[in-house]
Design a protein around this ligand. Structure first.
Ligand SMILES: Cc1ncc(COP(=O)(O)O)c(C=O)c1O
Length: 413
């Protein structure tokens, strides 16, 4: 479809009506919510589903023959059924429901680490990772005597692919890289990253926390081994997330946590484990969030990921151009391929002070290191101001942001 046709069809006014929080004021000003990288707002459809769960369905899953338990179990499993085509997984049982991206990465670090990583092995991450895709690997390396290698980036915030190539060898046991950088907005060349890793015999984990709500993802086409993301960044509830893993890896890994649900049979002498996906889902899950994530997926599907991606891309270009017109403003992260995030600094002003002035104007942005301290060190800065956009943001939101930054510049510089 022609790009212009998609843009004309994208009815952001109608979409905004689905998000009740967008009508509130902050500090006496209409809310301009540009902190979507941290978490997105929720549409009425998801909010209604939460209320419906507690008023009509509440019951534990996978445990009862009684009517409510069956209804809750069915509704919970429907989400898994929706997630499979959403990321184009080959099997439903390759979808493990977790608390979120952080737990999904910790699960892989712990279980894959126990099964496949030993002294002298190597794990590759990148200089732009979120702390949750750094620290679990540091811990695994420490525990198992492995070496953590870090792919550097150029000043634009793009991975040094030559260095990456040179780091891969027959000791590489895993590559764990972010799909989209939460602090820079860089979209990494994940297809090539995966092909090169596989050629060296290493599987790849993609942190899709900042990609899943902006890009169409096909795990089979990518041939990715693990993909992780959070529900709350894709218009769904907090407390629910996903670990996609290829069946062969999940079957070869030991369980993560132990208790109810993950077992087949327990005696005091021995326990056998449940099959996928339940082997990795010990205990009562976040049932309400699991069910309502399915409604968030319906919401995204109804609008269409291709249309969302094109609209957001257009808005990102507009944001970048408008901000660059402000004297003394510097954008951190100028990769050729970018999604949804503009990080910037006003030379001579602390990001925190800019954030406080914007907040007074009703504009919600993130300031600080964005859980990427090593990345901030790479640029020699304490942090940035980050505007991150979602499908409900408008050019008017960006105009208010720009006016606010101009005001901050006049006050602080
Ligand atoms: C790239 C990236 N990875 C991981 C995370 C952690 O996500 P969560 O806090 O939902 O587990 C985030 C959250 O901001 C992120 O942006």
């Amino acid at each position: 479809m022609e790009r212009t046709a998609v843009l004309e069809r994208f009815d952001v006014r109608r979409i905004r009506k689905d998000f009740p929080i967008l009508t509130r004021t902050v500090n006496g000003k209409p809310l301009v919510y540009l902190d979507n990288g941290a978490t997105t707002q929720k549409p009425q459809q998801v909010i209604d589903a939460i209320v419906n769960y507690y008023t009509q369905l509440n019951s534990n899953v996978h445990r009862g023959v009684h009517h409510l338990s069956q209804l809750a179990t069915d509704a919970f499993e429907v989400t898994r059924r929706k997630l499979q085509p959403f990321i184009h997984a080959a099997h439903e049982h390759e979808i493990i429901l977790t608390k979120g991206t952080t737990e999904s990465i910790n699960l892989v670090a712990s279980c894959y680490g126990k099964a496949f990583i030993s002294a002298g092995d190597e794990i590759i991450i990148s200089a732009m990772e979120h702390h949750s895709n750094i620290v679990p690997w540091q811990i695994v390396c420490e525990e198992r005597g492995a070496l953590l290698k870090v792919v550097p980036i150029n000043d634009a915030g793009e991975l040094d692919m030559e260095m990456y190539r040179s780091m891969l060898n027959d000791r590489t046991r895993l590559v764990a890289i972010t799909y989209v950088s939460n602090a820079l907005g860089t979209i990494n060349p994940v297809k090539t990253i995966i092909e090169l890793a596989h050629a060296a015999g290493a599987p790849v984990l993609l942190d899709a926390a900042q990609a899943i709500q902006h890009l169409t993802i096909d795990v089979q086409e990518l041939d990715v081994d693990f993909l992780v993301f959070s529900g709350h960044k894709m218009y769904g509830p907090t407390g629910i997330g996903v670990l996609y893993g290829k069946e062969k890896w999940l079957n070869a890994m030991p369980p993560y946590q132990s208790g109810g649900e993950m077992i087949k049979e327990v005696t005091f002498a021995q326990t056998t484990y449940n099959e996928l996906p339940f082997k990795f889902e010990a205990g009562t899950p976040n049932i309400e969030a699991g069910i309502c994530l399915g409604h968030a997926i319906d919401y995204i599907n109804d609008i269409g990921m291709a249309a969302i991606a094109q609209y957001e891309h257009e808005l990102l270009d507009y944001t970048t151009q408008r901000l660059l017109d402000i004297p003394g403003l510097r954008i951190i992260g100028t990769a050729k391929e970018k999604s949804s995030v503009v990080s910037f600094l006003l030379d001579g002003a602390h990001p925190y002070d800019v954030g406080v002035i914007l907040d007074k104007l009703g504009v919600a942005v993130r300031t600080g290191h964005h859980c990427t301290q090593p990345l901030m060190d790479r640029y020699g800065i304490p942090g940035t101001v980050r505007a991150s956009i979602a499908m409900y943001n408008t050019k008017e939101d960006i105009d208010i942001l720009v006016a606010g930054v101009e005001k901050a510049a006049a006050m602080l510089l």
